[in-house]
Design a protein around this ligand. Structure first.
Ligand code: AKG
Ligand code: FE2
Length: 321
């Protein structure tokens, strides 16, 4: 029935442990390579503009993708937001950069990924706008005060905590796709098996949105390495983090989320779209340009509205002291 079927053992693993690793789900030739090529062109044009403005050395124009990322970071330039597949929280301008390119749309709407997600939460599927690219330079090259979870290691959290409360009962799955091999050395994910069966934990907003270590027992945590083209799927309450990138190259992933259509995405100010529907196949968005326009329209609206708030956790809670 599905091009990509989950075995009974895989379904049991997801339901019992709250996560599942699937190797080789994303086709390297038709999905991963076009994605890498799209990002290569995008980063080259961003670097060319920085070179033109004398913010980067001209030689960077000849560098590899990974070397451009490292050069941009060491020059103090923000490569993250122009490459990210979402708008940021906080203030949004009419020209805040983001990337909603066709190869990313192709990944989000990949039939094999959707087959897997359908077997977990059913056939009425919406692409949740909480989604990011993470391209992490080697930790030794990061500034001592770097705290951004898209650049350095990610602290312990549940994805439920990065939604607004209105999505607390939404059936949702996170799909974390490895673009480079994710290893223990270069900062793969780690999860606490079975933690999805516990309640939502209290989170603190800074330095990263995370569960205070005093509330957590990480003794049973396991690392989740996965090769490029593979994916880690997890439940919105599974407690997870990522390790530090101790390698000498970048660690690159996309994290996507899907929820049952009609349930809150938890980030209502950003655009969702239907990726699969048995009940109403005409409701599925199939046009990558339409998807990009949805984000541009949201940006226009948000640029004249108060800063975007994406979670419910106050800074001054006693448990955050
Ligand atoms: O890749 C990472 O560092 C963390 C990703 C994450 O927390 C997620 O995908 O939900
Ligand atoms: Fe997460």
């Amino acid at each position: 029935m599905f091009a990509q079927s989950l075995s009974a053992a895989q379904l049991k693993q997801f339901h019992d442990s709250g996560y599942l690793v699937i190797d080789g789900i994303v086709d390297v030739r038709t999905v991963l390579h076009p994605l890498i090529e799209e990002y290569d062109l995008l980063l080259s044009s961003i670097c060319d503009a920085w070179i033109e403005q004398k913010l980067l050395e001209p030689v960077v124009g000849q560098y590899s993708f990974a070397d451009k990322i490292r050069a941009a970071y060491s020059a103090g330039l923000d490569f993250f937001q122009p490459l990210d597949i979402s708008l940021p929280p906080g203030e949004i301008q009419s020209d805040t950069p983001f990337h909603a390119g066709p190869a990313v749309f192709n990944l989000i709407t990949n039939e094999k990924l959707l087959d897997i997600v359908e077997q977990l939460i059913g056939s009425e599927l919406t692409s949740n706008p909480i989604q990011h690219v993470r391209i992490k330079p080697p930790a030794v090259e990061l500034n001592d005060d770097e705290i951004r979870a898209h650049i350095t290691h990610t602290d312990w959290h549940q994805d439920r905590a990065v939604t607004l409360e209105e999505a607390d009962t939404t059936e949702m799955v996170t799909v974390w796709v490895a673009v480079t091999d994710a290893t223990v050395e270069n900062g793969c994910l780690q999860v606490i098996p079975g933690s999805h069966r516990e309640a939502m934990q209290r989170h603190c907003p800074s330095p990263q949105l995370s569960i205070p270590l005093s509330q957590l027992n990480v003794d049973s945590a396991v690392p989740v390495p996965v090769k490029a083209g593979g994916a880690v799927l997890f439940h919105p309450q599974t407690i997870h983090a990522s390790l530090t990138n101790l390698s000498d190259s970048i660690r690159w992933s996309f994290d996507l989320r899907y929820n049952v259509t009609g349930q809150s995405t938890g980030r209502p100010m950003f655009p969702e779209f239907i990726v699969r529907s048995k009940q109403n196949s005409a409701s599925v968005t199939v046009d990558a340009n339409r998807w990009r326009c949805m984000w541009e329209e949201a940006r226009d609206v948000l640029s004249v509205e108060p800063p975007v708030v994406i979670h419910r956790w106050p800074e001054d809670s006693v448990y955050c002291a």
